[in-house]
Design a protein around this ligand. Structure first.
Ligand SMILES: NC(=O)c1ccc[n+]([C@@H]2O[C@H](COP(=O)([O-])OP(=O)(O)OC[C@H]3O[C@@H](n4cnc5c(N)ncnc54)[C@H](O)[C@@H]3O)[C@@H](O)[C@H]2O)c1
Length: 277
């Protein structure tokens, strides 16, 4: 029987992380490398990508960084061909890249903004999963796909965020459908649903002294029983768990990584009425 350490060991496996230059992509890439995986990193810009590539290489893992727009089929095909020609296998895919989505009232939402959002945040996940799945099926020894969804795929956000929420809801169904379709190949497909995690955007809100920003942060932390935003490193454990043999009987699951947000009813509170707010 495998030891506890072996269950989480990714030595000899190749993991692709999309959006690897961003806050969560950077943390996940390092976490997977620390667990022993070699990495292929995809991002649309090279600013963060090179930073992540260096950090992974410093851990002694093989690492290839590829510029790729995950919403463009030819780009995804080209990036996977680079992986074929360098590392030569795919065991793990972490679908994580997401674009900044415009916010509008639904009745005024421009079609091109809607299509841009779904193209990257949903179609991009499908294109990368399809490319990884083809390779995992051909290799014949299973694999793991981890889709970074959001609590916004399970509940509504309001305030014009609905194209983002619809994409994330689609990712949840993509996760379930692929889990069923590929179970016979031993390919597991799961999603994590983070609440708000500190990235460049949230860091800017936190340092903005305006009442609008502080009231937004207050509302968010009031809705998270653990009472704070997530830190990027806190995404690593759930992703490594789902990537590794530790979760060998887990597929089609949507795992909240949300400090309890989805457990909290609108009338619920972590505080009793006689406790100070
Ligand atoms: N941070 C949060 O509060 C939060 C909450 C829930 C879910 N998520 C999800 O986590 C994932 C990562 O978010 P993050 O906070 O690290 O964001 P981030 O903005 O820090 O990183 C996103 C990365 O994706 C890249 N990217 C954007 N469009 C791309 C494209 N077309 N092709 C390839 N790469 C592209 C960006 O260049 C960036 O490096 C996203 O799927 C996001 O929806 C984040």
């Amino acid at each position: 029987m495998a030891t506890h350490r072996e269950l989480f060991d990714l030595t000899g496996r190749l993991a692709i992380v999309t959006g690897a230059g961003g806050a969560l992509g950077h943390a996940v890439s390092i976490g997977l490398a620390e667990a022993g995986a070699d990495l292929a990193l995809f991002d649309i810009t090279d600013t963060g990508l090179e930073h992540t590539r260096r950090a992974v290489a410093a851990l002694g893992r093989q690492c290839v960084a590829v510029l790729c727009n995950v919403g463009v089929e030819d780009d995804v095909d080209r990036a996977f061909t680079v992986v074929d020609e360098t590392v030569g296998r795919v065991d793990i895919l972490v679908n994580n890249a997401a674009t900044a989505v415009e916010r509008h009232r639904p009745e005024a939402f421009p079609l091109d903004a809607w299509e841009r959002a779904l193209r990257v945040d949903l179609t991009g996940y499908f294109l990368c999963a399809r490319a990884a799945g083809r390779r995992m099926i051909a290799q014949g020894d299973g694999g793991s796909v981890v889709n970074v969804s959001s609590i916004a795929g399970a509940t509504g956000l309001g305030r014009g965020n609905f194209a983002y929420s619809v994409a994330k809801g689609g990712i949840n169904q993509l996760t379930r459908e692929l889990a069923i379709e590929w179970a016979g190949h031993g390919i597991r497909v799961n999603a994590i649903l983070p609440a708000q995690f500190r990235n460049a955007g949230w860091a800017a809100v936190e340092t903005d002294p305006s009442p609008a920003s502080s009231s937004l942060l207050q509302r968010i932390t009031d809705g998270i029983p653990l009472g704070r935003l997530g830190e990027p490193r806190e995404i690593v454990g759930p992703v490594v768990f789902l990537a590794a043999d530790a979760s060998s009987m887990v597929t089609g699951a949507l795992l909240p990584v949300d400090g309890g947000n989805l457990a909290l009813n609108a009338g619920g509170s972590v505080r009793w009425p006689d406790e100070p707010t």
